[in-house]
Design a protein around this ligand. Structure first.
Ligand SMILES: [Zn+2]
Length: 366
Protein backbone atom coordinates (compact mmCIF):
# COMPACT_ATOMS: atom_id res chain seq x y z
CA UNK A 1 0.00 0.00 0.00
CA UNK A 2 1.37 3.39 -1.06
CA UNK A 3 -0.06 6.41 0.70
CA UNK A 4 0.25 10.16 0.59
CA UNK A 5 -0.67 12.31 3.59
CA UNK A 6 -0.71 16.06 3.91
CA UNK A 7 -1.29 17.86 7.17
CA UNK A 8 0.28 19.49 10.20
CA UNK A 9 2.96 17.08 11.42
CA UNK A 10 3.42 17.05 15.19
CA UNK A 11 5.46 18.02 17.08
CA UNK A 12 5.45 21.31 15.17
CA UNK A 13 3.11 23.59 13.30
CA UNK A 14 4.20 23.01 9.72
CA UNK A 15 1.96 21.58 6.99
CA UNK A 16 3.95 18.84 5.31
CA UNK A 17 3.60 16.01 2.82
CA UNK A 18 4.46 12.45 3.80
CA UNK A 19 4.42 9.26 1.81
CA UNK A 20 4.20 5.69 2.97
CA UNK A 21 5.75 2.82 1.05
CA UNK A 22 6.60 -0.74 2.18
CA UNK A 23 5.44 0.10 5.70
CA UNK A 24 7.87 3.01 6.03
CA UNK A 25 7.53 6.79 6.01
CA UNK A 26 9.11 8.63 3.11
CA UNK A 27 9.79 12.36 2.96
CA UNK A 28 10.36 11.95 -0.78
CA UNK A 29 7.37 11.56 -3.14
CA UNK A 30 6.33 7.99 -3.93
CA UNK A 31 4.66 7.26 -7.28
CA UNK A 32 1.09 5.95 -7.53
CA UNK A 33 0.29 6.72 -3.91
CA UNK A 34 -3.32 6.96 -2.72
CA UNK A 35 -3.96 10.32 -1.03
CA UNK A 36 -5.29 9.43 2.38
CA UNK A 37 -5.75 13.03 3.51
CA UNK A 38 -4.81 16.47 2.35
CA UNK A 39 -5.54 18.21 5.64
CA UNK A 40 -5.45 17.16 9.26
CA UNK A 41 -3.08 16.72 12.17
CA UNK A 42 -0.57 13.88 11.88
CA UNK A 43 0.79 12.54 15.18
CA UNK A 44 3.44 9.85 15.80
CA UNK A 45 1.64 6.67 16.97
CA UNK A 46 0.47 7.12 20.55
CA UNK A 47 2.24 5.33 23.39
CA UNK A 48 0.57 3.77 26.41
CA UNK A 49 3.64 3.68 28.64
CA UNK A 50 2.03 1.54 31.34
CA UNK A 51 -0.46 -1.11 30.39
CA UNK A 52 -0.88 -4.85 30.78
CA UNK A 53 -1.78 -6.94 27.75
CA UNK A 54 -2.65 -10.28 29.32
CA UNK A 55 -4.31 -9.23 32.57
CA UNK A 56 -8.06 -9.70 32.25
CA UNK A 57 -10.36 -6.81 33.13
CA UNK A 58 -11.75 -7.80 36.51
CA UNK A 59 -8.63 -9.84 37.33
CA UNK A 60 -6.84 -13.03 36.35
CA UNK A 61 -4.90 -14.18 33.33
CA UNK A 62 -6.18 -13.37 29.85
CA UNK A 63 -6.12 -16.05 27.13
CA UNK A 64 -4.61 -15.43 23.69
CA UNK A 65 -7.88 -14.31 22.16
CA UNK A 66 -8.45 -11.88 25.01
CA UNK A 67 -4.91 -10.50 24.74
CA UNK A 68 -5.43 -9.92 21.00
CA UNK A 69 -8.70 -8.11 21.73
CA UNK A 70 -6.91 -5.88 24.25
CA UNK A 71 -4.17 -5.07 21.73
CA UNK A 72 -6.78 -4.28 19.04
CA UNK A 73 -8.59 -1.94 21.43
CA UNK A 74 -5.34 -0.07 22.08
CA UNK A 75 -4.60 0.15 18.35
CA UNK A 76 -8.04 1.53 17.56
CA UNK A 77 -7.49 4.20 20.24
CA UNK A 78 -4.29 5.18 18.40
CA UNK A 79 -1.91 3.54 20.91
CA UNK A 80 0.56 1.81 18.58
CA UNK A 81 3.39 1.30 21.07
CA UNK A 82 2.70 -0.28 24.46
CA UNK A 83 5.10 -0.52 27.36
CA UNK A 84 3.83 -3.61 29.09
CA UNK A 85 4.51 -3.09 32.79
CA UNK A 86 4.28 -6.75 33.72
CA UNK A 87 2.16 -9.54 32.24
CA UNK A 88 1.43 -12.99 33.67
CA UNK A 89 1.15 -14.55 30.19
CA UNK A 90 3.57 -14.86 27.30
CA UNK A 91 2.41 -12.34 24.67
CA UNK A 92 5.42 -12.84 22.40
CA UNK A 93 3.13 -14.25 19.68
CA UNK A 94 1.75 -10.71 19.22
CA UNK A 95 5.12 -9.69 17.74
CA UNK A 96 4.27 -11.79 14.69
CA UNK A 97 0.97 -9.97 14.15
CA UNK A 98 1.52 -7.00 11.83
CA UNK A 99 -1.98 -5.74 12.68
CA UNK A 100 -1.29 -5.34 16.42
CA UNK A 101 0.60 -2.64 18.35
CA UNK A 102 4.27 -3.08 19.19
CA UNK A 103 4.91 -4.14 22.77
CA UNK A 104 7.93 -3.36 24.94
CA UNK A 105 7.80 -5.92 27.74
CA UNK A 106 8.98 -5.79 31.33
CA UNK A 107 8.66 -9.53 31.92
CA UNK A 108 6.64 -10.50 34.99
CA UNK A 109 6.04 -8.46 38.11
CA UNK A 110 8.49 -9.37 40.87
CA UNK A 111 6.96 -9.35 44.36
CA UNK A 112 6.91 -11.21 47.66
CA UNK A 113 4.27 -13.61 49.02
CA UNK A 114 1.01 -11.83 49.97
CA UNK A 115 2.54 -8.53 48.87
CA UNK A 116 0.89 -8.03 45.48
CA UNK A 117 -2.19 -9.03 43.48
CA UNK A 118 -2.41 -12.83 43.78
CA UNK A 119 -1.05 -14.97 40.95
CA UNK A 120 0.16 -12.08 38.80
CA UNK A 121 3.79 -11.88 39.77
CA UNK A 122 6.75 -14.01 40.72
CA UNK A 123 6.72 -14.18 44.53
CA UNK A 124 10.09 -14.47 46.27
CA UNK A 125 10.18 -16.09 49.71
CA UNK A 126 13.71 -14.85 50.24
CA UNK A 127 14.51 -11.30 49.13
CA UNK A 128 18.13 -12.30 48.53
CA UNK A 129 16.92 -14.01 45.32
CA UNK A 130 15.89 -10.65 43.86
CA UNK A 131 19.08 -9.88 41.87
CA UNK A 132 19.06 -13.29 40.14
CA UNK A 133 15.34 -13.09 39.30
CA UNK A 134 15.70 -9.52 38.05
CA UNK A 135 18.53 -10.62 35.75
CA UNK A 136 16.38 -13.50 34.45
CA UNK A 137 13.39 -11.25 33.73
CA UNK A 138 15.72 -8.70 32.12
CA UNK A 139 16.78 -11.38 29.63
CA UNK A 140 13.14 -12.31 28.93
CA UNK A 141 11.77 -8.79 28.52
CA UNK A 142 12.37 -6.04 26.01
CA UNK A 143 14.71 -3.85 28.01
CA UNK A 144 12.65 -3.33 31.17
CA UNK A 145 12.12 -5.07 34.50
CA UNK A 146 9.20 -4.38 36.86
CA UNK A 147 9.57 -4.64 40.63
CA UNK A 148 6.72 -4.17 43.11
CA UNK A 149 8.19 -1.53 45.40
CA UNK A 150 5.46 -1.33 48.03
CA UNK A 151 2.12 -2.90 48.88
CA UNK A 152 -0.09 -3.28 51.91
CA UNK A 153 1.60 -5.24 54.70
CA UNK A 154 -1.44 -6.69 56.47
CA UNK A 155 0.46 -7.20 59.72
CA UNK A 156 1.34 -3.48 59.74
CA UNK A 157 -2.02 -2.34 58.34
CA UNK A 158 -0.45 0.07 55.87
CA UNK A 159 1.75 0.36 52.76
CA UNK A 160 5.28 -0.86 53.39
CA UNK A 161 8.36 -1.38 51.16
CA UNK A 162 8.89 -4.97 49.96
CA UNK A 163 12.69 -4.89 49.84
CA UNK A 164 15.67 -3.68 51.82
CA UNK A 165 17.76 -0.93 50.24
CA UNK A 166 20.85 -3.14 49.87
CA UNK A 167 19.08 -5.87 47.89
CA UNK A 168 17.44 -3.26 45.63
CA UNK A 169 20.83 -1.82 44.79
CA UNK A 170 22.19 -5.28 43.89
CA UNK A 171 19.10 -6.09 41.83
CA UNK A 172 19.09 -2.84 39.86
CA UNK A 173 22.82 -3.21 39.19
CA UNK A 174 22.09 -6.74 37.90
CA UNK A 175 19.42 -5.43 35.50
CA UNK A 176 21.74 -2.70 34.24
CA UNK A 177 24.44 -5.30 33.57
CA UNK A 178 21.87 -7.08 31.35
CA UNK A 179 21.21 -3.81 29.54
CA UNK A 180 17.71 -3.42 31.00
CA UNK A 181 16.10 -0.49 32.76
CA UNK A 182 14.13 -1.00 35.98
CA UNK A 183 10.85 0.44 37.09
CA UNK A 184 8.78 -0.08 40.23
CA UNK A 185 5.18 0.01 41.32
CA UNK A 186 5.08 2.43 44.26
CA UNK A 187 2.09 4.08 45.94
CA UNK A 188 3.41 5.30 49.29
CA UNK A 189 6.22 7.50 50.60
CA UNK A 190 8.48 5.02 52.41
CA UNK A 191 9.73 2.90 49.51
CA UNK A 192 10.80 5.89 47.41
CA UNK A 193 14.22 6.81 48.91
CA UNK A 194 15.40 3.18 48.69
CA UNK A 195 14.29 2.76 45.07
CA UNK A 196 15.71 6.10 43.94
CA UNK A 197 18.95 5.65 45.86
CA UNK A 198 19.41 2.18 44.32
CA UNK A 199 19.53 3.72 40.83
CA UNK A 200 16.06 2.93 39.49
CA UNK A 201 15.20 4.33 36.05
CA UNK A 202 11.47 5.00 36.38
CA UNK A 203 8.63 4.98 38.91
CA UNK A 204 5.04 3.90 38.28
CA UNK A 205 2.19 5.74 40.09
CA UNK A 206 4.48 7.65 42.51
CA UNK A 207 1.56 9.04 44.50
CA UNK A 208 3.71 9.25 47.65
CA UNK A 209 6.27 11.63 46.15
CA UNK A 210 7.25 14.57 48.34
CA UNK A 211 9.34 17.65 47.56
CA UNK A 212 12.36 15.76 48.87
CA UNK A 213 11.90 12.61 46.78
CA UNK A 214 10.93 14.70 43.72
CA UNK A 215 14.24 16.48 44.13
CA UNK A 216 16.02 13.11 44.30
CA UNK A 217 14.26 12.03 41.06
CA UNK A 218 15.44 15.16 39.28
CA UNK A 219 19.02 14.66 40.43
CA UNK A 220 19.00 11.03 39.28
CA UNK A 221 17.12 11.71 36.01
CA UNK A 222 14.28 9.31 36.87
CA UNK A 223 11.04 9.28 34.86
CA UNK A 224 7.51 9.05 36.27
CA UNK A 225 4.46 7.35 34.77
CA UNK A 226 1.70 8.53 37.10
CA UNK A 227 -1.19 6.42 35.65
CA UNK A 228 -3.78 8.98 36.73
CA UNK A 229 -6.79 7.04 35.41
CA UNK A 230 -5.78 4.22 37.73
CA UNK A 231 -5.25 6.51 40.73
CA UNK A 232 -8.93 7.41 40.34
CA UNK A 233 -9.70 3.91 41.63
CA UNK A 234 -7.98 4.57 45.00
CA UNK A 235 -11.24 5.56 46.78
CA UNK A 236 -12.75 2.20 45.75
CA UNK A 237 -9.65 0.38 46.99
CA UNK A 238 -10.01 2.26 50.29
CA UNK A 239 -13.73 1.43 50.51
CA UNK A 240 -12.98 -2.28 50.20
CA UNK A 241 -10.21 -2.19 52.86
CA UNK A 242 -12.50 -1.87 55.90
CA UNK A 243 -10.21 -4.13 57.98
CA UNK A 244 -7.29 -1.75 57.42
CA UNK A 245 -8.43 1.77 58.35
CA UNK A 246 -4.92 3.29 58.38
CA UNK A 247 -4.23 1.95 54.90
CA UNK A 248 -7.64 3.10 53.65
CA UNK A 249 -7.06 6.63 55.00
CA UNK A 250 -3.57 6.63 53.45
CA UNK A 251 -4.94 5.66 50.02
CA UNK A 252 -7.61 8.36 50.21
CA UNK A 253 -4.99 10.95 51.12
CA UNK A 254 -2.68 9.90 48.25
CA UNK A 255 -5.65 10.16 45.89
CA UNK A 256 -6.77 13.54 47.20
CA UNK A 257 -3.41 15.20 46.52
CA UNK A 258 -2.31 13.33 43.38
CA UNK A 259 -2.82 16.24 40.99
CA UNK A 260 -0.67 18.47 43.19
CA UNK A 261 1.95 15.72 43.42
CA UNK A 262 2.12 15.34 39.64
CA UNK A 263 2.13 19.12 39.15
CA UNK A 264 5.04 19.44 41.60
CA UNK A 265 7.02 16.70 39.85
CA UNK A 266 6.37 18.31 36.47
CA UNK A 267 7.32 21.78 37.70
CA UNK A 268 10.56 20.37 39.16
CA UNK A 269 11.50 18.85 35.80
CA UNK A 270 10.70 15.15 36.26
CA UNK A 271 10.00 13.64 32.81
CA UNK A 272 6.38 12.39 32.77
CA UNK A 273 4.86 9.81 30.41
CA UNK A 274 1.28 8.74 29.83
CA UNK A 275 0.25 5.30 31.01
CA UNK A 276 -3.27 4.08 31.73
CA UNK A 277 -2.50 0.88 33.72
CA UNK A 278 -5.07 -0.90 31.53
CA UNK A 279 -5.67 -4.53 32.50
CA UNK A 280 -7.17 -5.67 35.79
CA UNK A 281 -9.06 -2.66 37.07
CA UNK A 282 -8.82 -0.36 34.02
CA UNK A 283 -10.19 -1.12 30.57
CA UNK A 284 -7.88 -0.93 27.57
CA UNK A 285 -8.10 1.92 25.07
CA UNK A 286 -8.09 4.85 27.52
CA UNK A 287 -4.97 6.76 26.46
CA UNK A 288 -7.09 9.84 25.60
CA UNK A 289 -8.36 9.90 29.20
CA UNK A 290 -4.81 9.80 30.55
CA UNK A 291 -3.77 12.69 28.26
CA UNK A 292 -6.74 14.69 29.59
CA UNK A 293 -5.78 13.82 33.19
CA UNK A 294 -2.19 14.96 32.62
CA UNK A 295 -3.48 18.25 31.23
CA UNK A 296 -5.71 18.63 34.31
CA UNK A 297 -2.60 18.08 36.46
CA UNK A 298 -0.86 21.07 34.89
CA UNK A 299 0.90 19.88 31.73
CA UNK A 300 0.22 22.03 28.67
CA UNK A 301 -1.82 20.22 25.99
CA UNK A 302 1.36 19.97 23.89
CA UNK A 303 3.31 18.45 26.79
CA UNK A 304 0.50 16.02 27.65
CA UNK A 305 0.18 14.81 24.05
CA UNK A 306 3.97 14.58 23.76
CA UNK A 307 4.00 12.46 26.95
CA UNK A 308 1.75 10.02 25.07
CA UNK A 309 3.57 10.27 21.74
CA UNK A 310 6.86 11.82 20.64
CA UNK A 311 8.44 12.32 24.09
CA UNK A 312 7.55 8.76 25.13
CA UNK A 313 8.89 7.38 21.85
CA UNK A 314 12.23 9.10 22.34
CA UNK A 315 12.40 7.83 25.93
CA UNK A 316 11.67 4.27 24.77
CA UNK A 317 14.14 4.50 21.89
CA UNK A 318 11.55 4.40 19.11
CA UNK A 319 11.32 6.85 16.20
CA UNK A 320 8.56 9.38 15.57
CA UNK A 321 7.74 10.70 12.10
CA UNK A 322 11.11 10.37 10.38
CA UNK A 323 12.21 9.47 6.88
CA UNK A 324 12.49 5.63 6.66
CA UNK A 325 10.91 5.13 10.09
CA UNK A 326 8.04 2.62 10.44
CA UNK A 327 4.78 4.26 9.35
CA UNK A 328 3.02 4.21 12.73
CA UNK A 329 0.91 7.35 12.95
CA UNK A 330 -2.51 8.72 13.76
CA UNK A 331 -4.42 11.42 11.86
CA UNK A 332 -6.99 13.68 13.52
CA UNK A 333 -9.52 16.00 11.92
CA UNK A 334 -8.71 18.83 14.34
CA UNK A 335 -5.67 19.82 16.38
CA UNK A 336 -5.71 17.37 19.33
CA UNK A 337 -3.98 19.99 21.50
CA UNK A 338 -6.77 22.55 21.14
CA UNK A 339 -9.59 20.07 20.49
CA UNK A 340 -8.67 17.09 22.70
CA UNK A 341 -12.09 15.51 22.06
CA UNK A 342 -10.77 14.30 18.68
CA UNK A 343 -8.34 11.97 20.49
CA UNK A 344 -11.28 9.60 21.06
CA UNK A 345 -12.02 9.39 17.32
CA UNK A 346 -8.88 9.27 15.16
CA UNK A 347 -9.71 9.73 11.47
CA UNK A 348 -6.97 7.31 10.41
CA UNK A 349 -4.83 4.90 12.39
CA UNK A 350 -1.85 3.74 10.33
CA UNK A 351 0.27 0.90 11.72
CA UNK A 352 3.27 -0.46 9.78
CA UNK A 353 1.93 1.41 6.77
CA UNK A 354 -1.52 -0.21 6.85
CA UNK A 355 -4.68 1.80 7.46
CA UNK A 356 -6.68 0.25 10.30
CA UNK A 357 -9.24 2.94 11.03
CA UNK A 358 -10.93 5.10 8.43
CA UNK A 359 -13.45 7.64 9.57
CA UNK A 360 -15.05 10.31 7.34
CA UNK A 361 -12.09 11.89 5.57
CA UNK A 362 -10.82 15.24 6.74
CA UNK A 363 -12.37 18.22 4.93
CA UNK A 364 -10.16 19.39 2.10
CA UNK A 365 -9.09 23.00 1.60
CA UNK A 366 -8.30 23.29 -2.05
ZN1 LIG B 1 0.21 -1.70 36.32
Amino acid sequence: MRLHLRGVVLPGEEVRDLWVHDGLISFEPVRDAETLCDAGWIVPGLVDAHCHVGIRYGGGHEDREGAVAQAETERDAGALLLRDAGSPIDTRFIDDRADLPKIIRAGRHIARPKRYIRELGIELDDERDLPAIVAEQARRGDGWVKIVGDWIDRSAGDLRPLWSDAVLKEAIDAAHREGARVTAHVFGEDALPGLIGAGIDCLEHGTGLTDETIDMMVRHGIALVPTLVNIDTFPEIADSATKFPVYAAHMRDLHRRVRDTVAAAHAAGVPLYAGTDAGGSIRHGRIADEIAALTAAGLTPDEALGAASWHARTWLGRPGIDHAAPADLVVYAADPRTTPAVLATPTFVVLRGRVHTRRTPVTTHR
